[in-house]
Design a protein around this ligand. Structure first.
Ligand code: DQA
Length: 148
């Protein structure tokens, strides 16, 4: 077990953050979010492995590779709304997974209101921009220590 490692996994089109629909996603780049996550990891004594892919199968492999870690912070992008394979990967590995989104998906189109992942996620955070990831890391860190 690597209870001090958190995998932050990013799905399709998130490599375009910064220029992608800035009215929705802001101008923060994925590199900016990676820096935020490293800082949050340090603050909680956790190492952060930060990855992005545009391919569904690769995201499945990345979830498999996170076995034994404290958890996953997962922004699966559009695959959130379509992917049984990602849901099965979360269930199959049993790695505690926090589903995160930059935007508030519930304030957007109806098709974004359904997530295949939420029912098997440890929890869901959306709508706080890059801070959604920071909150996701804090949530996983909180699972390490018993509540006061
Ligand atoms: C997203 C929301 C998804 O609906 C969308 O397909 C994305 C980004 C977000 O972070 O707000 O690619 O996951």
């Amino acid at each position: 077990m690597s209870e001090t490692i958190v995998h932050v996994l990013n799905g399709p089109n998130l490599n375009l953050l910064g220029t992608r629909e800035p009215g929705i996603y802001g101008t923060t780049t994925l590199a900016d979010i990676e820096a935020l996550c490293s800082k949050a990891g340090e603050a909680h004594g956790l190492s952060v492995i930060f990855r992005q892919t545009n391919h569904e199968g690769e995201l499945v492999e990345m979830i498999h590779a996170a076995r034994g870690a404290l958890g996953i912070v997962l922004n699966a992008g559009a695959y959130t709304h379509t992917s049984v394979a990602l849901r099965d990967a979360i269930s199959a590995t049993g790695v505690p997974t926090v589903e995160v989104h930059i935007s508030n998906v519930f304030a957007r189109e109806d098709f974004r209101h359904h997530s295949y992942l939420s029912p098997v996620a440890r929890g869901v955070i959306c709508g706080f921009g890059g801070q959604s990831y920071v909150l996701g890391i804090a949530a996983l860190a909180a699972t390490r220590t018993p509540p006061a």
